[in-house]
Design a protein around this ligand. Structure first.
Ligand code: CO
Ligand code: ZN
Length: 338
């Protein structure tokens, strides 16, 4: 699990540029599935045939990133966000562009003298990337307009926890790959969607789900942690690291199917797998678009609690990862009865 997770999180593949991670996932599951294909949005769709109803597992392959918009007269690269970023978190983060150039994010530091050091005016208007170029021409020889970038932040094993960029959502990609590789028996007709462009609006998953027409959908994604987890953490968020996979109750994109959630709790109890519940006052997952496919799909989401979401240092707990794998395995083996 650790090796495959390290491999996946260190691949640079932001929304719209998922091919490198798509190829890595395909190579690791091809021998274990009956059919595998890539659709026109770049989604990787694998099928493990079964006799029962269609059960779809979904994880998104893309990660948040940046796109180069223009290069100024001094050779600084200006960028726009790909997916959700809080600009306040960005100064002095290192990033790596699509064709290999590296740099650090800087910002117009005179905004500090006007407003103190609170950085409130740090925005994509005042940020730029310094790639060490001495001139506009040197920068233009290294970076193309429209070139994407991601955090340059490798995987770290902290003992009981793992830290990296792109845990969102490569942790779920790694879990599904492990599930596919190790599943011995299964009841349902299983589809695995490794979706594109989640971070820019749940784009790939919507199309993939429409084509599959599943009976049941389970999205796997990360979720935030709150006041019980880190000093003065988010007040309205009870999730924490180490308390097991989080069964989604609701977020801004969906109310999860209550009967499916109760069935999942029964499976978790029978297998003595710890779990917690997730009520997230912001954000959404692919579950939101799977649920409304065609005439509707019984859908929920199983979330891996993650600290410091959308930062270069997203952190997960090793026990949570193992327990989430046990839970999705137990779900895939059984017949869903609602
Ligand atoms: Co995300
Ligand atoms: Zn995600």
């Amino acid at each position: 699990m650790k090796d495959i997770l390290k491999q996946f999180v260190e691949i640079s593949a932001p929304s719209g540029r998922e091919e490198p991670i798509q190829k890595a996932i395909r190579a690791s599951i091809q021998p274990y599935v009956d059919e595998i294909r890539t659709d026109s949005l770049g989604n990787l769709i694998a099928h493990k045939k079964g006799n029962g109803k269609k059960l779809l597992f979904d994880a998104h392959m893309d990660e948040i990133g940046f796109v180069a918009t223009y290069i100024d007269d001094h050779g600084f690269v200006h960028i726009e966000p790909l997916g959700g970023h809080n600009p306040v978190n960005l100064p002095f983060q290192r990033i790596c562009f699509e064709y290999g150039s590296k740099g650090t994010i800087g910002f117009e530091s005179e905004i500090l003298s006007k407003n103190g050091a609170d950085r409130k005016e740090v925005s994509f208007d005042t940020l730029y990337v310094d790639i060490g170029a001495r001139s506009k021409n040197e920068a233009l020889s290294k970076i193309r307009i429209g070139e994407t970038a991601t955090y340059d932040s490798p995987f770290v094993d902290l003992g009981n926890r793992y830290m990296s960029k792109a845990m969102d959502d490569r942790i779920a990609c790694a879990l599904l790959v492990k599930l596919i590789q190790t599943l011995q028996t299964h009841h349902h007709d299983l589809y695995f969607v490794f979706a594109t462009q989640e971070e820019v609006g749940l784009v790939g998953s919507k199309a993939a789900s429409y084509g599959i027409e599943p009976d049941f959908g389970i999205a796997l994604d990360v979720t935030a942690t709150g006041f019980e987890d880190t000093p003065k953490g988010l007040k309205r968020v009870p999730m924490k690291l180490g308390a097991g996979p989080a069964i989604k109750i609701q977020d801004r994109s969906m109310i999860a199917n209550h009967n499916l959630n109760q069935w999942i709790q029964t499976v978790a109890d029978q297998n003595r797998i710890p779990y917690q519940f997730e009520v997230l006052p912001f954000g959404g997952t692919n579950g939101g678009v799977i649920q409304t496919t065609k005439s509707g799909v019984y859908t929920t989401c199983i979330s891996i609690p993650t600290r410091y979401l959308h930062s270069p240092s997203e952190m997960v707990d090793v026990m949570d990862v193992q327990n989430t794998l046990q839970l999705v395995k137990a779900i895939a083996e059984k017949e869903i009865v609602l």
